[in-house]
Design a protein around this ligand. Structure first.
Ligand code: ASP
Ligand code: MG
Length: 428
């Protein structure tokens, strides 16, 4: 008998039928003798629809009210799920984030969980009830206001519940079977991984993999929570995300999995590239430029500075950032052009980023050569390169990204024999 936290994403509870199907799954876990705590997302596209609605009544909705609005999506699904479980003859109680003791900082729209005080949940579990918690939300002690955790925040809710309740495992259900060697919608013969280390998962998530949210993985690693990412549309095991010292239940005692050099590939079409042309090649210019960009609120990812063209004393600096931050950053830079003294700005939102991730890279050579070779065979031009200890990323043309990913996937021997199944198509 274990304490299991389960999280169901929006696509798993998109309509009444799906809610009943999920209810049955939850009841099955309860029947097997486990204590079950469930974090649930809003049904289907509810959050997007609420955002649309907000935009129709106010160009810039008041953050406090927006969180009030968005948090209601999860309250709908949690209550419906509890009702469905009830009608199957099991006791279930739903709790809002505030009732569940999900304490956050005061940042509306992107609150961070600072504490979990699940007293009421413990009480309900002691009474033998299945506990359902609204994902994606909490409250701040000082303001006493409701906050939301940012898009995809229900993953974090689940992991925080697992940490706060000291659960045995945190099962995160979506519409794919687990973590794959690549996005199965981009690389159809991607393989499901049995395990992935938390540090690899962080790199994959930070570089475009959408199955798990980065904050949730970070939280899990810090608090020693084992995540099991799996599908609510099938019953097979998914992928265990293992922190230091953890081993998956299916893994034999003492059995060491052979560490692959490359574990997976992430693709990302959500970034844009800005090039600052003709920057005076003197000390302090990069500092000026990136101070302006930082002040605009943009999150810079990759940076490349060219050597200055002979005799001109000027150079070009390119960087990538989320497409959604690009317009603001462009405006901020343009307004400071005379002070910085660069010649012009170019904005490019047709880029794609391909990242190769694997903990084995630390100890193996030739990993980047394989990548560049595969891209050259595919006749794909590399525009930028960046690396970490366990990752190599390249920026290429966006319309070449999918083909490049397939070639690179094959080059590292990651191809599986069968086509991966994507059940609802959202990856959530
Ligand atoms: N409903 C929220 C969203 O769509 C939170 C979540 O799904 O995890 O972002
Ligand atoms: Mg959602």
């Amino acid at each position: 008998m274990a304490l299991i936290v389960q999280k169901y994403g929006g696509s798993s509870v998109a309509d009444a039928e799906s809610i009943k199907r999920v209810a049955k799954r939850i009841v099955d876990a309860r029947r097997a003798g486990h204590d079950v705590v469930v974090a649930v997302s809003a049904m289907g596209d509810t959050t997007d629809n609420l955002l649309d609605l907000a935009a129709q009544v106010a160009p810039i909705p008041a953050p406090r009210e927006l969180d009030m609005l968005l948090s209601s999506g999860e309250r709908i699904s949690m209550a419906l799920l509890a009702m469905a479980i009830h009608s199957m003859g099991f006791e279930a109680r739903s709790f809002s984030g505030m009732q569940a003791g999900m304490v956050t900082d005061a940042t509306y729209g992107a609150a961070r969980i600072v504490d979990v005080t699940p007293t009421r949940l413990r009480g309900a579990l002691d009474d033998g009830a299945i506990v359902i918690v609204a994902g994606f939300q909490g409250f701040n002690r000082d303001t006493q206001d409701i906050t939301t955790l940012g898009r995809g925040g229900s993953d974090t809710t689940a992991v925080a519940l697992a940490a706060g309740l000291n659960a045995d495992v945190c099962e995160i259900y979506s519409d794919v079977d687990g973590i794959f060697t690549a996005d199965p919608r981009v690389v159809p013969n991607a393989r499901k991984l049995t395990t992935v280390t938390a540090e690899e998962m962080l790199e994959l998530a930070a570089n475009g993999a959408k199955v798990l949210y980065i904050r949730a993985v970070e939280f899990a690693r810090r608090h020693g929570v084992m995540i099991h990412a799996r599908s609510s549309f099938s019953s097979g095991p998914g992928t265990y995300v293992l922190g230091p010292g953890m081993s998956a239940p299916e893994q034999q005692e003492g059995e060491e999995m052979e560490e692959p050099i490359v574990t997976g590939i992430a693709t990302d079409l959500s970034q844009a590239k800005i090039t600052v042309i003709g920057v005076p090649d003197v000390p302090g210019k990069a500092a000026e430029i990136f101070k302006i960009v930082a002040k605009s609120g943009a999150n810079v990812d990759m940076i490349v500075q060219n050597v200055s063209a002979a005799g001109t004393g000027r150079t070009d600096i390119s960087f990538t950032l989320p497409k959604t931050d690009a317009a603001t950053a462009m405006r901020a830079l343009a307004s400071e052009q005379p002070e910085v003294g660069f010649e012009s700005l170019v904005h490019d939102d047709q880029i794609g980023k391909l990242s190769v991730v694997g903990a084995g890279m630390r100890t193996h050579s030739g990993v980047s050569a394989t990548l560049f070779e595969a891209l050259s065979t595919a006749n794909v031009n590399i525009e930028m390169i960046s690396t970490s200890e366990i990752r190599i990323s390249v920026v290429v043309r966006g319309d070449e990204l999918a083909e490049a990913a397939r070639m690179v996937h094959t080059a590292y021997g990651l191809d599986g024999d069968t086509e991966a199944v994507v059940y609802a198509g959202t990856g959530r």
